[in-house]
Design a protein around this ligand. Structure first.
Ligand SMILES: Nc1nc2c(c(=O)[nH]1)N[C@H]1C(S)=C(S)[C@@H](COP(=O)(O)O)O[C@H]1N2
Ligand SMILES: [Mo]
Length: 172
């Protein structure tokens, strides 16, 4: 910048090749059959919910066993704030809900609500804010499924989580 330039009044926003401006921290969406849909950054995940730590090992079909330490809130705590549109007192209602988690490259996977519900699987699944001590603010959050033997559901660079019920399939 030339020394004759006036001092900037706002935080610099770098233009991107597409002509739009840099969007700042990566955001991901929590959408679906919810009372309070959320749009969150990794910073929000770190500041708004208690952080857990998980030391995990998962197997990858192409790279073999992977060891990582993740930190982040419980997926269940974050989704509680989004308020799934079920009757929370009814276990059967809760047992019909699904979660679809999508990564930045389009890889996506499903979980059932029952996996994270304390009355069913009670799995301590996290939305990671850090991996091996490195913050994920730029890369995006990663799903951490400590009870999975294989790594395929450790979705990275999460862009969205959909929560809802699928109609019963037509079988005839
Ligand atoms: N977004 C995204 N997340 C992903 C994948 C992927 O292809 N895309 N692969 C999964 C698989 S198969 C594994 S084993 C783990 C770890 O993969 P990595 O060692 O390549 O990070 O990430 C998982 N998360
Ligand atoms: Mo994998």
């Amino acid at each position: 910048m030339s020394r004759l330039s006036p001092p900037s009044r706002t935080t610099a926003v770098r233009p991107t090749p597409g002509g739009s401006v840099s969007a700042g921290p990566r955001r991901f969406l929590i959408r679906g059959q919810l009372r309070r849909p959320l749009t969150l950054t990794v910073g929000d995940l770190r500041e708004r919910w208690p952080q857990r730590r998980a030391e995990v090992v998962f197997d990858c079909a192409t790279n073999g066993p992977q060891h990582h330490t993740f930190e982040g809130p419980l997926l269940r705590d974050v989704l509680d704030e989004a308020g799934p549109a079920f009757d929370a007192r009814r276990r059967k209602d809760r047992s019909r809900y699904l979660l679809a988690v999508t990564g930045g490259d389009g890889h996506h996977t499903v979980l059932s609500w029952a996996e994270i519900d304390p009355d069913f699987g009670d799995a301590p699944i996290l939305l990671a804010t850090a991996m091996d001590g490195r913050r994920l603010d730029e890369a995006g959050s990663q799903l951490v499924v400590p009870s999975d033997r294989c790594g395929a559901r450790y979705i990275s660079a999460i862009t969205g989580i959909w929560v809802g019920v699928c109609d019963p399939p037509e079988l005839s």
